[in-house]
Write a new protein. Sequence first.
Length: 118
Amino acid sequence: MVRKNTLSGSEQRKPAKSKLKTKAPAEPKLFKNSLPIDAYAIREDEYDTSTWQLPHHTTSKAVDFALLDHATLLLSRWGDQGVRCHADPELIILAARHLADHYRAAGRQIPVALCVLI
C-alpha cells in the first residue's frame, strides 16, 4: 500500500534547521594599562585610549574604591593638586552620575564633589 503525502509542496521541502548555534564574532576587547575599556568612566573615543579617563575598576571588574575616590577628586573643581579631568561638560556629568551610582550601590555617601555635578 502506498501512502499519499498530504503536505503541500512548500511544506515538503523545508530544510532541516541546524541545531548548532552560531555566535557572532566577539568584538576585540580594548585595553589601556591592562584595564578594559569598561573600567574607565570617560571614553571620548573608544578606539583612542588617550581619551579614556577616570579608571575606577580593577582587572576583575570590581570597583576599586581608592580609584573611585581619586576619579571623584579629578572631577571636582579643585582637582588633584590642581590637575582636573578635561572632557566635554556632558561627559563629565555622565561620569559623575556613573561614579555616584557606584557609591550608592556600595551604600556609601556620595561625595559633595559629585553631588554638585549631578
